[in-house]
Design a protein around this ligand. Structure first.
Ligand SMILES: Nc1ncnc2c1ncn2[C@@H]1O[C@H](COP(=O)(O)OP(=O)(O)OP(=O)(O)O)[C@@H](O)[C@H]1O
Length: 981
């Protein structure tokens, strides 16, 4: 009981003085303590290894450790997927070290997503001092002289996927000693291999296996993962072989109290278009951190960006210095670029109580032996439940209950989570999404594979079968490979690995160079360069701030100078989308849901400068070229009949958008089925899939605007309301995901090819260009792009309601523009005469309703696909030329897609239901960042119709539910079954 009192006391302390009416805590949950389940050391384990582990403090192993270790020892691929600090390292150390001792020629590889984690793991193996093992690292930091030694002598090589790709597989003959006797491959933190990076790693591991086979070995894979859903399935997909899973965590855990926290609305600020805004999660976390430090609680606060971490620590110190200056000394920010020794020092200081509070980015999430803290504060959802529990899991000592506070940021996903505790506390951790069949990933990977060893027809099944065959044909047509009877051969003397960056797929990299010193700070992929390193952009690199002077896309360089201005920048982008091919299409009586390939043309048209207070300084127009991205999208269309229905719309209650039940209620009336006059009848056209290159492309942005102005298209229907990807990508978010920032393989923007073709050409292009992008990624340390996410840095939008910069691309208002009036127009009237399940929206509201529904859907997709909202974009339009109907698209931000849109299609119903819930449960009157406003909206969040969005979503969900039993969408697609940590 004393335990619970302690956590409750801590929570009481952080809420002290807040009136009950303004209590930010939306939910409190208690998680009980768990006892350890220990077992004996297995007989097969080497006695010296056991003795060494004992000496390092592991007296008796936990059951899950030995279960996994024994499977590996028996030659079975295994993934251990258990909670934070559950001793996963021992599960692979025991079999690997035992076998290395038993067979003095045997070798092993260890792969980690970051250099820092690899260094930590090497240190812990070296500390065991097992004779003859010769463990060594081989990464971007390994001096040239040492590399020869590692190749010649090391038996356990600690490296990362980037070095495996460029440094080991590319010159495998020099590593023949290792490959001949390669007994184990350890893949640590494998849940991080998702999206495009994960797809590359999956193919890289297949390349590794074929090279090992060539030298006569067939290594066993041991994978370690945070708790994830379906770990066996995911690991099998990652390595391309059967893999067993160990998931029952037998390590001890202290009890925890988890509090969900929604920061209060600010009274003296309003946001864009007059929307209410909340206190930033970072500022709130600083205050909570200070209160906990006063209580003597050892606390780690996770903040999403480096700048945010610094501001949070600063905020806490400022509060503490007023109470007791010595307490302020006990709070630190985790600085980027900590060396392993500094991290150890920090761990020790925090564990001993010398330091009481540390504000950190997720850099401290991996490879840190910090557990048993008194409290953890999470400022913002870290993107995945796996990360959430990884961070939360740092709290909790046996015998003493710890506190976890999750502070919501002002966005739809976080808001949804604090109001739906089950989505955090009871939901299984999501499966990591990867798609090794993406042609943009397959093409460069197959080129690398062929360059390593000629590819034979028998091997193609491991590379995706038919998908690989199609890509190989394109590579042959482009003369990248040559087809001979015995297989496919690489044609050049150059090695493709140097130009293929496995951390992304966006063409040749843009180098970010400090003009004064010519120092290369990092690289950004060309797809997001206009948004992140446009002239005037504030660019963060390793915690330091720079301002971009010049962006030369042709030369591939952004020149910057060191400067830490009083503002941050966020780009604004317009986009247009066309359907290239429809892979899946399901009709639900007036609502159609599709999955397919699209081309997104986007243009950064300007940027906003904001002070940390949220005040918008100004908007600066930019004249940058449009970019083209071919990718995957999920979209739904709604017929006019359903959208407009009859003349009765949802009536918003004060402070709430309520259209749900009302919009669902069927009402009779032939009136409702009347076709809308004046709207182009494109139904027949829209019923068939649109193939690549066909006529019927959408009206391009400028063209649409002209058409609207000229009255050629009905007012309001031609504007595309777009939310481009990555325009204000947070540097930390990019880095945290393993680095979308450093890319060099992939599509040629603007090639207009089908994915396979352009993927093939990408390789060709990459072969010609020197891959600057490799520099950042070789280290396993991705470059950091501008930290401009206002939600992360504590900035707030102060609304001016101004028009987007230099565009005019919005719905042509006809007096009914809801954003102009501040509130959606409300129709009243009898319940008769509307289309069953129809939205009851008048035409002028439709663009704003679709736009708002699209924003919220982008915000909520990360709940179902393991992506960040910056990985995806969207476009909504009241009339799309390719579909002939009102359409909302949500698309992947990577060439060829990363599986996110596919996941949205598969989880359509729960995704859109959660989207609706997020909007409805937001207390704002007409839309705010917590529900339908987007931080990256190219249209200045205008028009947005919150009540209309609910009506749209109800219409879609109603139609799917009514007609869906014949299809697959009614089922919640949750194969996710694993428990959280
Ligand atoms: N059986 C055991 N008994 C006691 N302590 C153990 C045992 N196994 C591991 N440990 C200790 O637990 C701590 C965490 O171990 P380890 O870093 O391997 O966990 P992990 O699951 O890899 O953590 P993370 O979640 O950070 O990846 C280490 O200090 C380790 O020495």
């Amino acid at each position: 009981m004393a335990e619970i009192e302690r956590a409750r006391r801590l929570l009481g302390r952080v809420t002290a003085g807040i009136p009950e009416s303004a209590n930010p805590v939306t939910h409190v949950a208690e998680q009980p303590a768990r006892r350890a389940r220990c077992v004996d050391w297995p007989e097969w384990a080497d006695a010296d290894v056991v003795a060494a582990l004992r000496k390092c403090g592991v007296d008796q192993p936990w059951a899950h450790q030995i279960e996994a270790a024994s499977l590996a020892h028996a030659g079975r691929n295994v993934v251990i997927s258990t909670g934070t600090a559950s001793g996963k390292s021992l599960a692979y150390q025991l079999p690997v070290l035992s076998d290395l001792v038993e067979d003095e020629k045997a070798c092993a590889l260890y792969l980690s997503p970051t250099k820092a984690l690899g260094a930590d793991q090497l240190r812990s193996v070296s500390e065991l001092e097992i004779a003859g093992v010769r463990a060594a690292s081989y990464d971007g930091d390994t001096p040239m002289a040492e590399r020869d030694w590692v190749r010649a002598h090391a038996r356990w090589v600690f490296t990362n996927p980037d070095m495996l790709h460029r440094g080991i597989l590319a010159s495998h003959a020099r590593w023949s000693r290792l490959f001949r006797k390669l007994k184990y491959v350890v893949v640590d933190e494998c849940h991080g291999y998702r999206g495009v990076f994960g797809s590359h790693v999956a193919l890289l591991l297949r390349r590794l296996q074929r090279v090992a086979r060539y030298y006569g070995s067939s290594p066993v894979f041991v994978l370690a993962s945070a708790t994830t859903a379906s770990p066996a399935e995911f690991a099998s997909r990652l390595i391309g072989q059967e893999c067993e899973a160990v998931t029952e965590d037998a390590s001890p855990r202290g009890a925890r109290t988890v509090a969900l926290w929604e920061p209060p609305l600010l009274e003296d600020f309003s946001g864009e278009n007059g929307a209410p805004v909340r206190r930033s999660a970072g500022a709130e976390a600083g205050r909570i951190l200070a209160e906990l430090v006063v209580e003597g609680a050892r606390t780690l606060a996770f903040v999403r960006s480096r700048r945010g971490a610094e501001l949070t620590a600063l905020g806490a110190r400022r509060i503490l210095s007023e109470v007791d200056p010595t307490l302020a000394e006990q709070v630190a920010a985790y600085r980027a670029g900590f060396l392993p020794e500094e991290r150890r020092k920090l761990e020790r200081a925090l564990l001993s109580g010398e330091l009481l509070g540390v504000a950190t980015t997720n850099a401290l999430e991996l490879g840190v032996d910090i557990a048993g803290l008194d409290a953890v504060v999470l400022a913002g959802y870290p993107g995945t439940l796996a990360s959430f529990w990884q961070q939360a899991g740092r709290a909790g000592r046996s015998g003493d209950e710890a506190l976890v506070v999750f502070v919501a940021r002002d966005d739809p996903l976080d808001t949804y989570l604090v109001h739906h505790p089950a989505a955090i506390l009871e939901r299984p951790v999501e499966t990591a999404v990867l798609d090794p069949a993406n042609p943009y990933v397959l093409a460069p990977q197959l080129a690398c594979a062929a360059a390593e060893l000629p590819l034979t027809a028998q091997e193609l099944d491991t590379f995706g079968g038919d998908a690989a065959r199609g890509v190989l044909d394109a590579l042959v047509a482009d003369k990248v490979l040559r087809r001979r009877p015995s297989g496919w051969y690489w044609t050049s003397r150059d090695r493709p690995q140097y130009e293929v960056d496995i951390r992304g797929s966006g063409g040749d990299q843009i180098a970010v160079v400090e003009a004064d010193t010519s120092r290369l700070l990092g690289t950004v992929d060309p797809g997001s360069a206009c948004a992140t390193v446009h002239p005037g952009a504030v660019y963060l690199h390793q915690g330091s701030s720079y301002v971009v002077d010049e962006l030369d896309l042709e030369a591939g360089v952004a020149l910057v100078h060191a400067e830490d201005p009083e503002w941050t920048t966020s780009a604004r982008e317009l986009a247009d989308i066309s359907v290239l091919a429809v892979q899946e299409r399901v009709d639900y009586g007036g609502v159609t849901v599709c999955l397919g390939d699209v081309a997104v043309t986007s243009q950064v048209v300007g940027y906003l400068r904001r002070r940390p207070s949220g005040e918008i300084l100004d908007q600066v127009a930019l004249d940058l070229p449009a970019q083209r991205l071919e990718t995957r999208a999920v979209w739904y269309t709604i017929s006019d009949e359903l959208l407009e229905g009859a003349r009765m719309a949802a009536e918003p209650e004060a402070g709430r958008a309520v259209a749900g039940a009302e919009a669902q209620r069927p009402a009779a009336g032939a009136e409702a089925r009347r076709p809308t006059a004046g709207r182009p009848a494109a139904e027949a056209e829209a019923q068939r899939p649109v193939a690549a290159g066909e006529a019927g492309r959408p009206v391009a942005g400028a063209e649409a605007r002209r058409a609207v102005a000229a009255g050629e298209v009905r007012a309001g229907v031609a504007a595309r309301l777009a939310d481009g990807v990555g325009e204000a990508r947070s540097g930390e978010a990019a880095a945290g995901r393993g680095g979308a920032a450093a890319r060099s393989d992939g599509a040629l923007p603007g090639s207009g090819e089908t994915p396979a073709g352009s993927g093939a050409r990408a390789v060709e292009a990459n072969r010609r260009s020197a891959g600057i992008g490799g520099l950042a990624a070789e280290d396993g340390v991705p470059a950091v792009a501008a930290g401009t996410d206002p939600a992360e840095t504590g900035e707030r939008l102060t609304g001016t309601g101004e028009r987007p910069i230099g565009t005019g691309a919005r719905s042509a208002g006809n007096g009914g523009d809801p954003a102009e009036t501040g509130a959606p127009p409300v129709r009243t009237g009898g319940g008769s005469g509307r289309t069953p399940g129809g939205a009851g929206l008048e035409p002028a509201r439709i663009p704003g309703a679709l736009h708002a529904a699209e924003h919220a859907a982008i915000g909520l997709l990360p709940l179902f696909a393991t992506c960040d909202r910056w990985d995806i974009g969207g476009v909504s339009t009241a009339l799309h030329a390719d579909t002939g109907e009102a359409t909302v698209f949500v698309h992947d931000g990577h060439p060829g897609g990363a599986g996110f849109a596919d996941r949205g299609f598969a989880a359509l119903v729960p995704w859109l239901a959660a989207t609706r819930e997020a909007i409805v449960s937001c207390e704002c009157p007409a839309g705010c960042p917590s529900c339908v406003q987007s931080p990256k909206c190219g249209n200045g969040n205008d028009p947005l119709d919150k009540a209309g969005a609910v009506a749209v979503l109800d219409t879609v969900l109603g139609a799917v539910r009514q007609h869906g039993s014949r299809y697959g969408h009614v089922e919640v697609q949750a194969a996710d079954t694993a428990a959280t940590s």
